[in-house]
Design a protein around this ligand. Structure first.
Ligand code: CA
Length: 151
């Protein structure tokens, strides 16, 4: 599959903007389990180093008031690479980042354990499905001039 070579990307602090997403709006008072951000173009050249692979991630946010079990939920790209959450519960108001590379799973960071990139640097769609296979959320992007997208 064609992928843009890594474009030197400013490693912008995203925490501030991400907080806006997490806060939600009155219209979303009930909250959802949704994809809140995708960092699809790792900073620097795509060398496939584990560090670079892990700078590719999809953030999933639970804006409900209860913990939600993500066990068996899946995250899929347009090319049908599938990541299945192992035993995991995402707390109320919490977010988790699913990184492409290898690492030790924590409450806030999960790892696909891959040796190659998943999220295209130009365009792609992330789809989140429940353990039953039903559609939960999706986020698409189509902008090679940026490195991340807020969903
Ligand atoms: Ca990428």
């Amino acid at each position: 599959m064609f992928r843009f070579r890594g474009v030197a990307a400013a490693c912008l602090a995203t925490a501030g903007a991400a907080a806006v997403v997490v806060t939600g709006s009155p219209a979303q008072a009930a909250g959802t389990l949704h994809i809140s951000e995708i960092y699809y173009n790792s900073p620097g050249t795509d060398t496939r180093s584990n560090t670079s692979l892990n700078y590719e991630w999809v953030q999933v946010t639970n804006s409900t008031t209860k913990a939600v079990s993500l066990t068996g939920w899946t995250l899929t790209d347009s090319s049908r690479h599938v990541y299945t959450f192992g035993s995991f519960s995402l707390g109320a108001g919490k977010s988790v980042r699913v990184h492409t590379g290898k690492g030790t799973n924590t409450a806030a960071n999960r790892y696909q354990g891959r040796a190659a990139y998943v999220w295209n640097n130009d365009r792609d769609t992330a789809t989140l499905r429940r353990s039953t296979g039903s559609w939960a959320d999706a986020c698409s992007y189509n902008d090679a001039t940026r490195s991340y997208v807020y969903c």
